[in-house]
Design a protein around this ligand. Structure first.
Ligand code: GLN
Length: 266
């Protein structure tokens, strides 16, 4: 009697294992052709939603073009998963996405949680103030001012390190609105995105302080230990840096105006 039960249990278990194995295989096969890429499409000119400029679905921007090229180079398709910036590293850790491209700066803290590719872009933090502002000429001038940053961005880290009080907003557009309404004096954010905001909103200007803000490098993040994906991405980045592809893409967005506005569409 005992023997029968044992045998039955083994058979049931084997069937279960084989089923799981097949299920695992088929889902893996699908994943092999597609990279699910996390981004936060509220960071023009790197990633934003626009029917007019669309590169992958309705997503456009430097990062979207770069990841498309890298995917093509490796025979992959891309599925963009748009989420909050704060959720990107969590999504990588939970294996919901294979990679993240989001103007993400390489930092030691982030390196503990994910692996980064070779950098593809150099940026820095700058200050956006109203055009008629004469008080803020250096980062130190922000000390007694009302500062806005975006939650979880390296701009928040930079202001925190300077030791100044600030208010953190969920979105760049919210911080910019606050500045335009005179509710804050300065917004600290990445340089290229700041340029975009100044281009798209009248009455704002950029103040730089290269001594206060160190340069930052953007890279693609992958799951910790995912050497296979990282090597592929790195080989493509190297190639596209050398052959000028990345420069061409960046230059294209630096000169285009109103990249964020679909309102002009007819
Ligand atoms: N470079 C900044 C960071 O890594 C902002 C990135 C972003 O908003 N997409 O925090």
């Amino acid at each position: 009697m005992m023997k029968f039960f044992k045998k039955a249990a083994v058979v049931t278990l084997s069937v279960a294992m084989v089923t799981t194995l097949f299920a695992g295989c088929s889902s893996k096969k699908k994943d092999d052709k597609t990279w699910v890429i996390g981004t936060n499409a509220e960071f023009a000119p790197f990633e934003y939603v626009s029917k007019k400029d669309a590169v992958i679905n309705d997503y456009a921007g430097i990062d979207i073009e770069i990841i498309k090229k890298i995917a093509e180079d490796n025979g992959k398709k891309i599925k963009i998963n748009n989420m909050e910036f704060d959720s990107l590293i969590v999504a990588l850790k939970n294996k919901q996405v294979d990679g993240v491209i989001a103007g993400m700066t390489v930092t030691d803290e982030r390196k503990e949680e994910v692996d980064f590719s070779e950098p593809y872009y150099v940026a820095k933090q700058v200050m956006i103030v109203k055009e008629d502002n004469t008080d803020i000429k250096t980062a130190k001038d922000m000390e007694k001012k009302t500062i806005a940053v975006i939650q979880g961005f390296t701009g928040e880290v930079a202001v925190k390190e300077l030791g100044y009080k600030y208010e953190a907003f969920k979105k760049g557009t919210e911080a910019i609105q606050e500045l335009k309404n005179g509710k804050c004096d300065v917004v600290v954010i990445d340089s290229a995105t700041a340029n975009q905001y100044v281009k798209d909103n009248k009455g704002l200007k950029i103040v730089e302080d290269d001594e206060a803000f160190a340069s930052e490098e953007y890279a693609i993040a992958v799951q910790k230990g995912d050497k296979k994906t990282l090597e592929k991405i790195n080989a493509s980045i190297k190639k596209f840096k050398e052959d000028g592809t990345i420069d061409t893409i960046s230059a294209k967005y630096a000169s285009s105006s109103d990249s964020d506005s679909d309102t002009e569409e007819k």
